[in-house]
Design a binder for this molecule. Sequence first.
Ligand SMILES: Cc1cc2nc3c(=O)[nH]c(=O)nc-3n(C[C@H](O)[C@H](O)[C@H](O)COP(=O)(O)O)c2cc1C
Length: 256
Amino acid sequence: MSAIVIDAGKCTGCGECAADCVSRHIVIEGGRARALDNACIECGHCYAICPAGAVSMPGYDCAGLEGTAAMSEFDPGRLLLAMQSRRSIRRFRPEPVSREDVERILSAGRFCPTGSNRQGLHFVIISERLEEAERAAARSFLRVKRLASLVSRTARETDIDGHFFFKGAPLAIAVCGRDAVSASLASAYMELLAESLGLGVLYSGFFVFAAKHSPELAALLALPDGVEPVTTLCIGRTDVSYPRRAPRKPLNVTWR
Ligand SMILES: Cc1cc2nc3c(=O)[nH]c(=O)nc-3n(C[C@H](O)[C@H](O)[C@H](O)COP(=O)(O)O)c2cc1C
């Protein structure tokens, strides 16, 4: 069955949906659009483009999707400055992050592009069990560290204190999936949205590492089979400010 339904009463046969369909799923017949029974990746382009609003997608939450905004509405110079000014935050204030803010951050992740539009990302909000997760991550990491210390000076010198993984942030979101690229894109969307809400963010790669080596954390995250944590965003009000941007190495670019 097709994931899309076209209301023949509303369709004007303009052909925009067929022209924009990535999987050639729609044909125009007798002046009306018709969805074929072949593979549709459910990208929603037909829903978004139809001037008559004739397309619906049963099973999808389509509330509140009227209207769009273009990135070009934002001044590119200011946008680039904001991107360059973002910092990994490792000093958080203890105030909780509101549920409304968490929901907006998740919404940014939900709307990111995913490979073949699979969308199969899974988000675990770690708040009430954050301290438990921090302690479990430390136990997991110390086991690995003992082995790694035999060969690595960094591992020997890394000090696992009580805030090593989440840096005292009141909330963390583990972004999990089968496709690391899609989960990483979702994370970047979420990070930028969180910053626009005045929140600070740290990617905790160490927590992801610990989680992958800990049955205890696997139980806490309770992920479906094959779904792995890809990133973890620690989020909270920042307790630090930077008067200038941090330098970067020169770009390594080849033009051909
Ligand atoms: C995938 C990823 C994982 C990271 N993991 C950690 C981490 O576990 N702990 C930490 O203190 N910083 C972590 N960072 C932050 C980087 O160290 C940081 O981005 C880098 O030092 C540059 O600083 P900036 O983000 O403020 O520009 C991580 C960053 C990324 C992108």
